[in-house]
Design a protein around this ligand. Structure first.
Ligand code: NAD
Length: 299
């Protein structure tokens, strides 16, 4: 990478080097950013160092002096604890620094975080992603960004995504992200039920999938997940069921807080919560099929 690209792009802290964060941070490095990463897992830090990133031994040390701090963490609570709670990651950032929260967070918590940052002269952009691990690796994520400081975030976001959408005001990215995952999760549940009803009638599940994919019932699960992760028995898409369940719960809570009665959203949230409780910790979200298969034969 030329020195000029490095100079143009600047230095960034990246906190959360998990299944998504690691390849996203690696793509920033490949694009010429000077990235210092932190994850509480030593193995994740070592993986990032192996990809050419710098690593720090705390979130605060990673963010010290940086004008941009990116988070890709499991939940809003962890983002807050890391940035403004116990870990105080923002204590030594550059004046006027920008935080980009790319986690799938709770929109209301994003607004509360923004208030705290604003009081310190710092800015926040919410920029969650869709596309899963494979698109994180390829740098072809869909990114949905909210807030007034999106322009400042754009060079970083464009290094990680194929399309960066300006979703609207602060929190808009986090809203559309959980709505997207609700629609995706409802489709996955419908696909699982169709596969089981069809199989029990005697149909071949590969044939069911081929017909759905050539017909109006196709969706992202039928096209990209059923054969690869479900019928193969691999159940290794890289997106945890608990994270999917969290996202649908955020969407359901959002609707409730707005006084909206959404029947299918409530039901989808209940089903995914029940599946998450029934399966092992760390189950992949494609194991929704295993859950539906088990409960549908209870009699
Ligand atoms: P992950 O569990 O693989 O990674 C999370 C990482 O955060 C882990 O490496 C963990 O050690 C680290 N971490 C947790 N607490 C920390 C702390 N206090 N300080 C530093 N590091 C900490 O999760 P993921 O799949 O990479 O998901 C990250 C976010 O992206 C979530 O909000 C998720 O909902 C969202 N998301 C995931 C996918 C996917 O396909 N996996 C797709 C889109 C969005």
């Amino acid at each position: 990478m030329s020195a000029q690209v490095g100079k143009l792009t600047g230095s960034v802290a990246f906190i959360g080097l998990g299944r998504m964060g690691l390849p996203m941070a690696a793509n920033l490095v490949a694009a010429g950013f000077d990235v210092t990463g932190y994850d509480r897992s030593e193995a994740a830090r070592a993986s990032f160092a192996a990809k050419g990133g710098k690593v720090a031994d705390s979130a605060r040390a990673a963010a010290a002096g940086k004008a941009i701090v990116i988070t890709m963490l499991p939940t809003s609570a962890i983002v807050a604890s890391c940035l403004i709670g116990d870990e105080q990651a923002l204590a030594d950032v550059a004046p006027g620094a920008l935080v980009i929260d790319m986690s799938s967070s709770v929109p209301g918590d994003t607004l509360k975080l923004a208030e705290v940052l604003e009081a310190r002269g710092l800015s926040l952009v919410d920029a969650p992603v869709s596309g899963g691990v494979s698109k994180a690796v390829d740098g072809t994520l869909a990114i949905m960004a909210g807030g007034d400081a999106v322009d400042r975030a754009m060079p970083c976001l464009e290094a990680m995504g194929a399309r960066v959408f300006r979703a609207g005001k602060l929190g808009a990215g986090h809203v559309i992200k959980v709505l997207n995952n609700y629609v995706s999760a409802a489709g996955a549940l419908a696909a699982a039920e169709a596969l089981i009803v069809g199989r029990d009638f005697g149909l071949d599940q590969d044939v069911i999938t081929d017909i759905l994919n050539a017909s109006t019932g196709r969706n992202n699960t039928t096209e990209n997940k059923v054969k690869r992760f479900i019928l193969s028995g691999a159940f290794n898409s890289g997106f945890d069921m608990s994270l999917m369940s969290k996202d649908i719960g955020i969407a359901a809570g959002l609707a409730r807080d707005m006084g909206l009665q959404m029947g299918l959203l409530s039901l989808t949230s209940q089903e995914w919560n029940a599946a998450t409780e029934a399966l092992d910790n760390g189950a992949d979200h494609t194991e929704i099929y295993r859950y539906v298969d088990a409960i549908s034969h209870r009699g």
